[in-house]
Write a new protein. Structure first.
Length: 109
């Protein structure tokens, strides 16, 4: 399964709702991830430019994006960013392939 790191911010409306009726946001993230056919590996509330970070494993990135659109469309999140993450083993394989491909590339100039 492909792994993605997703970050985003809660909207003022969502924060107001969380203050008036606290809820487990990790459970909400897990539910939407599961509905999209993926697995929530980690969920964190963060400081800095985003409010949350989650790591998701999923085969169908279009389903992940649809789930994130559903959360955004509900008015709960904004500034959602999705980054493809690779394991160290996957990166080692990329390096090996790059070494093989290097002979095929001619730099400009």
């Amino acid at each position: 399964m492909a792994r993605f790191i997703v970050t985003g911010c809660y909207t003022p409306t969502a924060i107001k709702g969380m203050m008036s009726k606290p809820s487990d946001r990790e459970a909400a993230a897990k539910a939407i991830t599961k509905a999209a056919g993926g697995k929530l590996e980690a969920f964190h509330i963060t400081t800095g430019p985003t409010d949350f970070s989650m790591t998701v494993s999923i085969d169908d990135v279009t389903s992940l994006m649809a789930g994130l659109m559903a959360a955004g469309g509900a008015g709960a999140v904004t500034n959602v960013q999705t980054i493809r993450a690779f394991s160290s083993a996957e990166f080692t394989e990329m390096q090996k392939k790059a070494g093989k491909f290097a002979a095929s590339y001619k730099a400009p100039g």
